[in-house]
Write a protein of this length. Structure first.
Length: 374
């Protein structure tokens, strides 16, 4: 009885202090993702897997329940424990990323997944990203009397092995995402604009050199060249079908269950969920989703503006940048502004790794935006 009372008081205090608007926006996005998963995967389950129409739906629901548990766990920690656990988990997740070239599962020419008996088909980068932000923020906000440019150099050294391992998979989308998040963090930390441009230039030149002159990354080069010259490319089928689906859906869509993209393009419910939604529900619904994302961003940045702690500011800006950049890359791929990357849409795309990763980010955001208790 006493234990039940302690649990009740613990979660009562958690509920009392978190930002309920941010929490409900997160739950709303997860709920919409669950609904769109139902309408976009039922036919795939029945036709391709010859199984229950709701196979993917219940799997997605299980992922979301797990995600909410993870979200509550990270948002209920004290700030001190959050940062302490995150540094440990960063090292663990980074180690799992190092394991990919050795024991990773290869799918369609890419080694992005670990297939362990207790964690089947998991993408380590989804764990690495949120904890990398906290690790970078810890370095950049360090109050020790060391040269500020040394901090920038250390932060660069941190993302180099992550970016290199992602390029080895190869995964250009996640590489770009990690790189953009790092640039955002060092930019808002007060770096000189000249030094910032130097960092950006050197990194960009190094990235282009690796893609175009090292044979290991020829797969990425072919995708980029195929995107720039569609007539001679062989990697544009999915993008063409996605843009056709958006066009055919028009403003109000064909109607629920009437879309064809989900049956014509593999993994449409993950990499092309925006096109699937647009085809069946119309561009109007995509605009509404964007408004929800924008309100979510506004709410977090409102908290950032009021925050005095430099480290918390960096973590919040890094977390929201990661979510926004990933959403923009996903949408850009769907409307053929960017080569195919295999990037999911946060909260909405089907996939356990993606849901776990965004749940950790959401838990961190809720933790650092909750009301401070003296």
């Amino acid at each position: 009885m006493f234990d039940d009372y302690l649990i009740y008081r613990f979660y009562y205090n958690w509920w009392k202090n978190i930002d309920k608007t941010i929490f409900f926006l997160i739950v709303l996005l997860f709920s919409l993702g669950l609904f769109f998963s139902l309408v976009s995967t039922s036919l795939i389950a029945s036709n391709n897997l010859e199984t229950d129409n709701y196979f993917f739906f219940f799997k997605h629901l299980l992922y979301i329940v797990l995600g909410i548990i993870i979200l509550i766990f990270f948002s209920s920690l004290s700030e001190k424990n959050l940062f302490r656990i995150s540094i440990f988990l960063f090292l663990v997740s980074l180690f799992s990323l190092f394991l990919l070239p050795i024991i990773g599962t290869e799918v369609k020419g890419s080694k992005r997944w670990l297939d362990l008996f207790f964690l089947p088909r998991f993408q380590p980068i989804e764990l690495v990203k949120p904890f990398t932000i906290i690790f970078l923020a810890t370095v950049l906000s360090s109050e020790k009397k060391i040269n500020v440019y040394y901090k920038y150099f250390v932060s660069f050294i941190i993302i180099v092995p992550i970016s290199f391992l992602l390029m080895m998979q190869p995964d250009i989308g996640q590489t770009l995402l990690v790189f953009l998040t790092w640039l955002t963090l060092i930019f808002i930390s007060g770096i000189s604009f000249i030094v910032f441009l130097t960092f950006f230039g050197v990194s960009l030149i190094s990235l282009l050199y690796m893609v175009f002159f090292i044979p290991k990354f020829e797969y990425i080069k072919n995708r980029i060249l195929s995107f720039l010259n569609p007539e001679n490319g062989t990697h544009n089928f999915q993008s063409e079908k996605a843009i056709d689906a958006i066009t055919s859906g028009g403003f109000f869509g064909k109607g629920i269950g009437e879309g064809t993209l989900k049956n014509r393009v593999p993994e449409a419910h993950t990499d092309y969920i925006v096109s699937v939604i647009s085809e069946e529900f119309g561009i109007v619904v995509i605009f509404l989703l964007l408004l929800i994302f924008l309100f979510f961003i506004h709410r977090v940045f409102k908290k950032v503006y009021l925050e005095k702690n430099e480290k918390i500011k960096l973590v919040l800006v890094g977390s929201i940048t990661l979510i926004v950049a990933q959403a923009l890359i996903h949408i850009a791929v769907n409307i053929r502004l960017f080569p195919t990357t295999g990037m999911t849409l946060p909260f909405l795309s089907y996939g356990g790794s993606s849901i776990v990763g965004v749940s950790i980010l959401s838990g961190i955001i809720l933790n650092l935006t909750k009301r401070k208790v003296k």
